[in-house]
Write a protein that binds this ligand. Sequence first.
Ligand code: PAF
Length: 274
Amino acid sequence: MKICKSIDGLRAVIKEGKVPLGLVPTMGSLHSGHISLIRKARSENKTVVASIFINPLQFESTDDLNLYPRSLENDLGILREECVDIAFTPPITEMYPRGFDTIVRLGLASRIFESQFRNGHFDGVSTVVCKLLSLTRADRAYFGQKDAQQGVIINKMNSDLNLGAEIIMMPTVRETDGLAISSRNVHLSPAERKAATILHKSLNLAESMGTKDAQTIKKGMQTMIETEPLARLEYISISDAFTLEEVEQLEKPALISLAVWVGKTRLIDNTTLK
Ligand code: PAF
């Protein structure tokens, strides 16, 4: 595996490699969710690039950025084991040199659910992913369905800006009790870790309710979440799975997503009702 820290170095190594090229963008702290993306990329491409870059643009506060778990040496070991060809691990100054002054902002992203609680988050995500797609010229790029809104935004940006990659969304990987695997789960105390299963339980409830009425589903989920004293609901959204517009009645594939604080950790999860 080649490790590239610079954009020029990455471009030179990619030039020597074969296509198709699959890109797995990550912020490190790799877990089984990332591994599922890497394995899929490995099975479909001749060259696999995984990036590890904790993107400061997508964090709302320096505290949140500083708290983000870091484990570069361990991550590189995982990438080697998974037969990744190129690890791209740029320093911040390589991605955002002095004078960097371009933000990729989608209209959609600045209006709807997750964005209302994470100011500027998706502008940071779309900017960094746009850079990664254009500098690797990836044929395919892999993301997890846990970040459903991120997936919709990246798909739209890729198509609007003709970036030419196929965006592949992979199912959420879960612990045996249903908790969606996330790098942030390490911040949960044992009691909070137990309480965190309420997200998945409430999504299961939504699936089993058998109603098409969005308000009824939201109410049912909210009531269940309120039974968990360590959990604080931030939002539940029921939207069209492709446009992310809120719906009142579930007619098309609908995305049910929610954000819940468990202690000081903000967790998100979602499911798509067909
Ligand atoms: O999902 C993530 O880990 C990040 O948002 C991504 C896509 C790597 C961009 O920094």
